[in-house]
Design a binder for this molecule. Sequence first.
Ligand code: SF4
Length: 292
Amino acid sequence: MNYVGNIIRPPSEHASLILQVTTGCSHNQCTFCGVYKEKKFTIKPLEIIKADLEEVQKYKIIYKRVFLADGDALIIPTDQLVKIIATVKSMLPTIRRVGVYANTKSILKKTLAELSELKRAGLGILYQGVESGNAEVLSRINKGATPQAIIEAVEKVKAAKMKLSQTYLLGVGGKEYSLAHAQDTGKLISQSVPNYVSLLTLMLLPNTPLFHSEIAGDFTLPSKLDLIKELKSIIENIQTDQNFIFTSNHASNYLPIFARFPVQQAEVLSQVTHLIKNFDEALLKPESMRAL
Ligand code: SF4
């Protein structure tokens, strides 16, 4: 495969074909994100994409799902993206679902008609990196989105009948905004109610502005106990009777959770509350086992 640089994908796409159709991220300004710092954003030519698909055909690997990497493939102009998806489906007829990372800006750039066209073409799920429901935190991390814009994007994705998976980042508000970040994140999840909510925990990477803010004393990571308190506050502030999957089983987290909300919400809240009352670091994932 003609992969350029490191490739990342959502954990739930572990069995999917990872097809790189862009390099880097069109935004590339989030202060905590170091994944694409060294990569220039480009859309790969269709010939290169076809060559990768021919390689998959050659090895006769059967995939049912494909994830289009890198950071924000939804930014590709709609006609071009429809052509890429059609090429994938014609060369690999077993593909049933296509997924991409999609930041709020790129969702809002598409009209509802365009999103619906992409859905008909086979784009079934968008992974939206939200990070926080708090407006000040979103501004500080340069996310390029406000809570209102995030809700607007969610409504558009739902109107296009696509599945939506949102990620939020424990610790991204630092010590200063820890509680506000958690409370507003719970509220934004209640307003969004995507199909999947996935929590990750901030890990500071040396090539990021946030790492340097920490060195300069302008940002302090919450303690492990405070991160678990953030988790509790997020769960407490989720109020909806609609079903969705709530997870914190990404490798960066100290406490893995997989639960069906709202059915298991009270049970999970009680477990997290018990952990806080009887806090013992030995019950958390060891630092050496954490990864991004
Ligand atoms: S977090 Fe997502 S949108 Fe932000 S720079 Fe990284 S890849 Fe781009």
